[in-house]
Write a protein that binds this ligand. Structure first.
Ligand SMILES: Nc1ncnc2c1ncn2[C@@H]1O[C@H](COP(=O)(O)OP(=O)(O)OP(=O)(O)O)[C@@H](O)[C@H]1O
Ligand code: SF4
Ligand SMILES: [Mg+2]
Length: 335
């Protein structure tokens, strides 16, 4: 097992890539066929940045996160090809098991029960998150630290929550505890899959503030997966838009929100009523997300695209570079 060196954002590598995903393809075996759900995904995360992946349900966001954290690749899910690098070290494919979880990459799962151990109280699990850092804190200091983080997350009845088992808490409370647990560990890269879904607006704002504080104090790189454009817009430096298992556009938040290139990104942006502050989950009215097991010919967005051309129905576009941005659309073919 290789233990990666801990090296929180030194000045020199602030602009380094902390994570790189190259041409990742993932399939899921169904009763009668293998369905490709990630169809060649590339992702680059800069150290210390906040990146958001946005897209409608079923576009492959969770599958991508699970591939990065290394919990995929067991039947019926198969990573067919691609490479994943964390701090320049290839973590997939890799013969030797690499220990990058915990203080390297940490993830808050979309279903918070996955992040929590059902047989231990919340107190025990949070204490362990502190102890693994080897800080040699006294019992009283640990207790104070736990109460502080729960209060930061607007959990008022901390004593009851700490003494509870995960199944005794509501979904929203489990979500906050799972976020607390990963924040305590101060990982280099924290992936959060729909971290604020189902929480009220006040708690959402608080969580966003705390995550941004984690980034500024400890240099934590954040990857936020969300179908809530407001969360992405309020937090992210960079955005990736996913559609039918592919990244269809990437760029800075300002580029993607103020001047989207891909018709789907435009549709997402226009579905937000006024500006992008507190806009809520994506509400795309024009058509439904595609069935990934039965994609239309050509560009999978063509049945919903207001500017589709003949070629769009026949051939799937490859990646085009527009200035410093990447977009998957025939409109930018330059022909
Ligand atoms: N274990 C599984 N078995 C069968 N199909 C799966 C499995 N995991 C994912 N899929 C399918 O893969 C596709 C991508 O799923 P994924 O959960 O990654 O999407 P998502 O973008 O995270 O959606 P959501 O916003 O609803 O969370 C979907 O069509 C989903 O039905
Ligand atoms: S390739 Fe064609 S159908 Fe697809 S988004 Fe671009 S214009 Fe629309
Ligand atoms: Mg998901």
């Amino acid at each position: 097992m290789i233990n990666l060196p801990r090296d929180i954002s030194s000045e020199k590598n602030l602009n380094d890539l902390i994570l790189e995903v190259k041409n990742l393809r993932v399939s899921i075996e169904t009763i009668d066929k293998r369905v490709e759900v990630l169809r060649g995904v590339d992702l680059k995360l800069k150290r210390g940045e906040v990146t958001a992946i946005v897209g409608e349900s079923g576009s492959g966001k969770t599958t991508l996160a699970q591939a990065i954290i290394g919990v995929l690749d067991t039947p019926p899910v198969f990573i067919e090809s691609g490479e994943i690098f964390f701090e320049g070290v290839k973590i997939f494919p890799q013969k030797e098991r690499i220990n990058f979880r915990g203080q390297g990459i940490n993830m808050v799962f979309q279903e918070p029960l996955v992040s929590l151990n059902p047989v231990y109280t919340i107190r025990k699990q949070l204490e362990e998150s502190i102890e693994v850092q080897g800080l040699h804190m006294k019992k009283k200091e640990i207790e104070e630290e736990l109460k502080k983080i729960l209060s930061d997350l607007m959990i008022r009845d901390a004593e009851r929550v700490l003494n509870s088992y995960p199944h005794q808490l509501s979904g929203g409370m489990r979500q906050r505890v799972a976020i607390a647990m990963s924040m305590i560990q101060k990982p280099k890269l924290l992936i959060l899959d729909e971290p604020t879904t189902g929480l009220d607006l006040l708690v959402q704002r608080k969580i966003i503030q705390l995550l941004l504080k984690l980034r500024s104090e400890f240099g934590t790189t954040l990857l936020i997966i969300t179908h809530d454009l407001a969360v992405a817009a309020n937090m992210a430096d960079r955005m990736y838009v996913m559609y039918a298992g592919k990244i269809v556009e990437s760029g800075t938040k300002e580029q993607v929100i103020r001047n989207p290139l891909h018709p789907y990104s435009k549709m997402l942006r226009d579905s937000v009523p006024s500006g992008y502050k507190d806009s809520g989950p994506l509400r795309v009215t024009e058509g439904n997300p595609p069935d990934i097991s039965n994609l239309p010919s050509g560009c999978p967005f063509h049945p919903r695209c207001p500017v589709a051309m003949d070629i769009c129905r026949k051939e799937e576009p490859s990646r085009k570079i527009v200035e410093d941005r990447e977009v998957l659309c025939w409109l930018y073919d330059g022909k």
